[in-house]
Design a protein around this ligand. Structure first.
Ligand code: FAD
Length: 467
């Protein structure tokens, strides 16, 4: 009797190597590779994200190429997964569907629904790891409830063994099923080249060019742009943390620079574990005492922030980098997020949505973690009263204004001494720079010191009301 067919349902794991679910399917017998364009997911506001969807589409084309080189193809279907996955399993005569485990609450609920639907047809759904270096159930902490603080998490995470390399299958035999194609996803050039081969090149270049070794010296300078740009590849599983670790030289000893970079992968894992254990943070602040903050939520403030016209050059540069490239440097993410929440008093969840819609790497765990950390409502020892001063941040991390000039061209000829506070230019300086404040570039929208006091008061009130 021939072996029963397995369906590999790809989601955020668009690769063929280091893919335990695919490997298990192929080792067991005939395999069908499926991707479902989830129409419910596409309707959710966090997924109105053209740059990310273009990257996804290109990534699916690349995955299809990898599968075809192995005698298979990607079967693409559209609709609700709880209907589509069982239908494909039936068409394929499959007894098993395998997936890579996801941590987002949406993904968990969807997978529960699909599992129940498959059970009715006596098809088993099996989850594999592969996205994370360490699975949440393997890092429980002494309380058994995981970790809320990064440093102790990072210590045990760093000591955990790296998953063994899982080679890509040489051939993927299986029945041929029709595919509906990718037309539902936006076409056009993605913000960066997609697919596992592009991810691999990016890792190799980052290490070869010395950026991994020099990471601590350059990581905070947005104008230098010398971080890895691996986030979108990790987001869609075009590469994995374990692959990055091996390329860096793990399990051996790392240089200090590489170790600092590896720590960033640990932040990713920390936020993924956190979301898996605390799905409620997708909707509310982790800290119950900060769930009652009175936000201004002024629509004009939010719009000015989102389009990069707050009058604070470093903030505007960050938001314009997002609009023009689909990505923002991490230091700029921290500055713009802090400004929205603590200077404009806009609910962090609104900023979270703007980021999800604009970022090629928009990721439920990392984005939520980053926003709640900045707002002081989430994990770790980021006290709410620590407010980033946009002017000091700008002076420190963009001292010559190179980043600002790149993304805010109307400030290009502003003298360096005024680049982060152009409103201080005299009328003559404004004429010389070809930039009149109030018409060519906005006056600052708020007074940072005043807003800081107001924000502290609002946070204090929320804490008091919570008792
Ligand atoms: P590198 O500095 O080269 O880091 C390597 C990898 O480590 C990244 O690709 C990422 O996977 C991980 N990483 C680095 N910093 C962090 C961090 N602070 N938290 C979690 N993982 C990290 N990252 C996303 O991938 N998606 C998001 O939607 C996202 N939203 C964010 C929102 C806010 C408000 C903040 C402050 C940070 C956010 N980050 C997010 C984290 C970080 O800014 C990006 O991962 C990083 O800038 C991506 O660029 P890179 O790949 O060159 O990073």
């Amino acid at each position: 009797m021939s072996a029963p067919t397995t369906v590999v349902w790809f989601r955020r794991d668009l690769r063929v190597a280091d893919h335990p679910a695919l490997r298990a399917a192929v080792d067991a017998g005939p395999t069908v590779c499926l991707f479902v364009i989830d129409t419910t997911l596409l309707r959710r506001r966090h997924h109105h994200a053209p740059p990310r969807l273009r990257f996804l589409r290109a990534g699916l084309e690349a995955l299809d190429g990898e599968l075809r080189a192995r005698g298979s193809r990607l079967v693409v279907r559209e609709g609700a997964p709880s209907r589509v996955v069982p239908a494909v399993a039936e068409e394929a005569g499959a007894t098993r569907v395998v997936v890579t485990r996801e941590v987002s609450p949406f993904g968990r609920r969807r997978d529960d629904r699909v599992r129940r639907a498959l059970e009715r047809d006596r098809v088993e759904m099996v989850e594999f790891g592969g996205d994370l270096v360490v699975e949440p159930e393997d890092l429980t902490g002494t309380s058994g409830a995981g970790y809320l603080v990064f440093t102790p998490f990072s210590r045990v995470w760093r000591d955990a063994p790296l998953p063994e390399h899982v080679p890509a299958p040489r051939e993927i035999p299986g029945p041929e099923l029709p595919s509906e194609g990718l037309d539902r996803l936006p076409s056009g050039d993605p913000p960066l080249e997609a697919g596992p081969a592009a991810a691999r090149r990016r890792i190799v270049e980052f290490i070869r060019d010395g950026d991994a070794d020099g990471y601590p010296d350059h990581r905070d300078v947005p104008a230098e742009d010398r971080t890895s740009h691996l986030s979108a590849y990790l987001r869609f599983g075009m590469c994995t943390g374990a692959q990055v670790g091996r390329a860096l030289g793990l399990p051996g000893r790392l240089t200090a620079g590489r170790e600092a970079f590896w720590r960033q992968i640990c932040w990713r894992e920390f936020y993924h574990h956190h979301l898996a254990r605390h799905p409620e943070v997708a909707r509310v602040s982790l800290k119950p005492t900060l769930r009652g903050i009175e936000w201004d939520d002024d629509a004009a403030d939010l719009a000015a922030w989102a389009e990069g016209s707050t009058g604070f050059p470093i903030v505007d540069a960050g938001m314009r980098q997002l609009a023009s490239t689909g990505w923002i440097h991490n230091r700029a993410r921290m500055i713009v997020a802090s400004f929205l929440v603590k200077d404009l008093l806009v609910d962090w969840r609104r900023g979270e949505t703007v980021f999800m819609q604009g970022l090629v790497d928009g990721d439920p765990a990392n984005n939520n973690g980053g926003w709640q950390w900045t707002a002081g409502t989430g994990t770790d020892a980021a006290p709410y009263f620590r407010v980033l001063n946009p002017l000091r941040q700008a002076a420190r991390f963009d001292p010559d204004g190179e980043y600002v000039r790149r993304f805010v061209p109307e400030l290009r000829d502003v003298p360096t001494s005024r680049i982060h506070e152009p409103w201080r230019m005299t009328a003559e300086e404004q004429r010389g720079a070809g930039c009149r404040i109030g018409s060519d570039y906005p006056a600052p929208r708020v007074d940072h010191k005043e807003r800081r006091e107001l924000m502290l008061e609002r946070y204090r009130r929320s804490r008091e009301a919570a008792g």
